[in-house]
Design a binder for this molecule. Structure first.
Ligand code: HSE
Length: 428
């Protein structure tokens, strides 16, 4: 048997504790599978004394994660602190400079500094592995970077934030409004310390940025994504979308268009009976489409101790076996700047509006849509006792610019009781 692979683990929150538990519980299995013993030399966290329900007394303690990253008895620096800057960045850079491989769950760090870190790692001839950074336990980085390496990837889609999926499905199932379910999530501890990371689409956007780079050979560029959260989704949107056969999801979609990459993380409607439409609760789903494989759907837990630690251990085992591949699929010097598509690919849209209930109101809206080149596929007006009529329109495929023009023109018809809501329908 080879020499042990020695870990230094920075961050003993939910995921760090999960990694300790697997390394302690599955020592024999891990060494049988990799041909090497996997040991922990040292750990680091904010508080040494907190009771975490797992043994840490066997390991050296470092207050400073940078010192941990530089230790001579550490081969792999396991970064589980989180945060795009500060200690996680300093310690990751220190580990690379000291010639250590890095395993991280930190999508924010890689989404913001992925190119520079990949260049530094390649210059130092070390690896950065980040399976746990995207969709928790779902092995999507390995699937995309390795198993699908023979494909030209045509589209990447996914629900990548379990908290948002929980909120949207709970609203749907219980008929509750956004604020009530958000408060429930606070009680349950589902939200990040800064909840905007979840509900604002930022956390999911970080994950999509990494998939885009790996799928399309572009430099990681979070700034090139269009990001919109779920804060404005109402129970009325959910109920009326459902009535038309759809579910609302915070969906990441990335595809190459003729002119650049169209990559968005935003609320979308998907068919209720599609795999994405049926994804319930805090689960994640990643969909890849490739020229040879067609469509592949991966579903699983996107967060939590066991699933995320499972992904970390997968990366550690690969390093123990000596497996190496470029961090974003090809050498970092070959990654090209990802040109942002000038326009999104055309798509059908769902539109919801309240119209003054008087003769000719609907005709004015239909005229405005027609004038902007927007064709109506389906339409429904609900029974009502108020002076305004709830109207739903599903359009045929339309360029988003045309839809924006139509919505602007609607404002001047004088028949709208409030601003219309328009949500893209993703064909899946
Ligand atoms: N807060 C994330 C989620 C997990 O709800 O999916 C970590 O990215």
């Amino acid at each position: 048997m080879c020499t042990p692979l020695r870990l230094g683990i920075a961050g003993l929150g939910t995921v760090g504790v999960g990694v300790l538990r697997i390394v302690q519980r599955q020592a024999a299995l891990l060494s049988a599978r990799t041909g090497r013993e996997i040991t922990i030399s040292a750990v680091s966290a904010r508080s040494r004394d907190r009771d975490r329900g797992v043994r840490i007394s066997d390991y050296a303690w470092e207050d400073d994660p940078v010192a941990l990253a530089r230790r001579d008895d550490v081969d792999v620096f396991v970064e589980l602190m989180g945060g795009s800057d500060g200690p996680s960045k300093a310690a990751t850079e220190a580990a690379i400079a000291a010639g250590k491989d890095v395993v991280t769950a930190n999508k924010a760090l890689l989404a913001m500094h992925g190119q520079a870190l990949a260049e530094a790692a390649e210059a130092a001839d070390v690896s950065i592995r980040y399976e746990a950074g995207v969709a928790g336990g779902i092995p999507c980085i390995k699937a995309l970077g390795e198993s699908l390496a023979g494909n030209e990837i045509t589209r990447v889609m996914g629900v990548m934030n379990g908290t948002c999926n929980y909120i949207l499905t709970r609203m749907q199932d219980a008929g509750l409004d956004y604020q009530t379910v958000f408060a429930e999530c606070e009680e349950l501890g589902y939200l990040e310390a800064d909840p905007t990371l979840d509900v604002g689409g930022i956390d999911a956007g970080h994950k999509l940025a990494l998939l885009v780079s790996l799928a399309f050979g572009t430099r990681v560029d979070y700034g090139a994504l269009q990001i919109e959260g779920i804060e404005k989704i109402t129970i009325t949107d959910i109920e009326q979308a459902s009535d038309m056969g759809y579910r609302i999801k915070l969906l990441g979609v990335a595809q190459k268009t003729g002119r650049g990459i169209d990559a968005r993380m935003s609320p979308c409607l998907v068919p209720a009976l599609s795999p994405l439409g049926q994804l319930e609760g805090p689960m994640n789903m990643i969909v890849f489409e490739g020229d040879s494989i067609g469509q592949v759907v991966l579903r699983g837990a996107g967060a939590g101790e066991g699933p995320t630690a499972s992904a970390v251990l997968g990366d550690i085992c690969d390093l123990a076996r000596g497996h190496r591949q470029p961090i974003f699929g090809i050498p970092s010097s070959d990654l090209v700047p990802g040109e942002r598509a000038a326009r999104s690919a055309p798509a059908p849209y769902y539109m919801r509006m309240e119209l003054a209930d008087k003769p000719g109101a609907l005709a004015k809206i239909a005229t405005v849509l027609g004038d902007a080149g927007v064709s109506i596929d389906r339409m429904r007006q609900y029974g009502h006792e108020s002076a305004t009529a709830p109207v739903l329109i599903v359009t045929h495929k339309v360029q988003s610019d045309d839809l924006v023009r139509a919505v602007e023109a609607m404002e001047s018809t004088g028949v709208l009781a409030s601003a219309p809501v328009a949500i893209r329908i993703e064909e899946v």
